[in-house]
Write a protein that binds this ligand. Sequence first.
Ligand SMILES: NC(=O)c1ccc[n+]([C@@H]2O[C@H](COP(=O)([O-])OP(=O)(O)OC[C@H]3O[C@@H](n4cnc5c(N)ncnc54)[C@H](OP(=O)(O)O)[C@@H]3O)[C@@H](O)[C@H]2O)c1
Length: 280
Amino acid sequence: MTVLVTGARGAIARAVTDRLHAAGHPVRAASARPVELTPPPGVEGVELVLDRPETFPAALAGARQVFLYPEPAGIAAFVEAAEAVGVEHVVLLSSASVLEPGAEDDPPASHSLRVERALADAPFTVTLLRPDAFAGNALGWAHFIARGVPVPLAYPDACIAPVHPADIADIAVRALTGDRLAGRALTLTGAQSLTFREQLAIIADTIGRPVAVAEITREEAEEQLARHMPPAMAGSLLDLWARATVTPVPIADTTASLLAAEPRTFAEWVRENPAAFTAR
Ligand SMILES: NC(=O)c1ccc[n+]([C@@H]2O[C@H](COP(=O)([O-])OP(=O)(O)OC[C@H]3O[C@@H](n4cnc5c(N)ncnc54)[C@H](OP(=O)(O)O)[C@@H]3O)[C@@H](O)[C@H]2O)c1
């Protein structure tokens, strides 16, 4: 019952691979750059590029389950190939953004939505994990905090419930190894709503240094974000934060509701990653 984990250099994929392997499940790690993989000893690494179908056979051989990162290019052929080799269950790392109004026309949301749709008619069981903002998004502030520069924010009072990546991995593994979550669509958040200001205060407490906010206009924020991502993605993130300033993102499924386990907090994530905010 090999589990194929795609996007295996990714943070969640690595955590899923490690957990499955540690629990004794046969697992294969597939990446667009397999030479850069560092899977646990005994875990095979293979090449998988969704828009290169010639990479499918070696990746899918003997696989009964797939942990899948959303990549619309080539997804229809991948679904066909997975069906042909007898895959029984796919757990997709989708996004809560697919539930937002206008998701179809929003580039990052439509990326995941197109994959969800390609899986909708598949003959195997599909579990949709739709996380909201990751705790690790705070790394976007690291550069400012490490230099002691105020963090520029257009919506410092946007209120979200960041989810710890290890919680996502725990839920993914439970979906892959038990029946209770399989086939469900799960919106995942952390258990605690926090504004960006509150998140920055937690970082400041952890590193023992004040962290200031510099309020900027939406236009300034758009310009800054567009240096690191396509402008449409920057616009949709800012829309989301504007909405979350008025209406906090609701708490959805967590490890408490799904696994009866205490959800990891944002503060825990910061304590695990202090160097990101202090290294220059
Ligand atoms: N951040 C959020 O708030 C948020 C919220 C909801 C959903 N999501 C979804 O979550 C996914 C991102 O998850 P993640 O944080 O686990 O992914 P990640 O670490 O950002 O990696 C994403 C993918 O990029 C590829 N990659 C290319 N170069 C890499 C490198 N140098 N190091 C690591 N990976 C590299 C990997 O696939 P290969 O190994 O095949 O190259 C990997 O699976 C996205 O699909 C996103 O839509 C994110």
